[in-house]
Write a protein of this length. Structure first.
Length: 163
């Protein structure tokens, strides 16, 4: 009988440890899954914004300004693209531009290019803070930053995504 009691106590301890580990994995799954959904929503936005901006590039300074406004236009109005299951507005958006023929020159991305004639590539980046619900139990951070970016190019009045 004494042996049975010690085994029952051991099973209880192992079960408690296993449940704690399983709870940690479940928390990780819920929070990481939520971040993937947010990333997907931001990626859809940056794809659309980059294409809209690339269509406005015409080799002029006013084309750069129109491209920046075209990207920002998707964050405003009744049909604005949103994140967090369509409940929160996308506010942290950056557009930058680069010259290049078949691929953008990675060293020359600029938010305010001086000579707009050679700039055919536009990169739109968006970030959003994802609140951590269950992971707060295991780490002190209350939120994580989720980011997405897309690059589009304009050629002969057409635009296409390249990244």
């Amino acid at each position: 009988m004494a042996d049975c009691r010690t085994e029952n106590g051991f099973v209880l301890i192992v079960t408690c440890i296993a449940l704690t580990v399983l709870l940690g994995f479940a928390a990780l799954g819920v929070d990481v899954g939520r971040m993937y959904v947010i990333k997907s929503e931001l990626q859809a936005f940056t794809d659309a914004a980059a294409l809209s901006a690339a269509l406005e590039l015409d080799g002029s300074s006013s084309g750069i300004a129109r491209a920046r406004e075209a990207a920002a236009r998707l964050t405003k109005g009744p049909n604005a693209m949103k994140w967090d299951m369509g409940t929160r507005a996308i506010t942290l958006v950056r557009a930058s531009f680069a010259p290049g023929e078949s691929a953008p020159d990675q060293r020359s991305w600029q938010a305010e290019p001086k000579n707009a004639g050679d700039y055919r590539f536009v990169r739109v980046e968006a970030t959003a803070p994802a609140s951590l619900v269950f992971m707060r139990l295991f780490q002190p951070r209350a939120e994580a930053t989720v980011a997405s970016s897309s690059v589009a190019v304009t050629t002969a009045g057409q635009a296409r995504l390249v990244e």
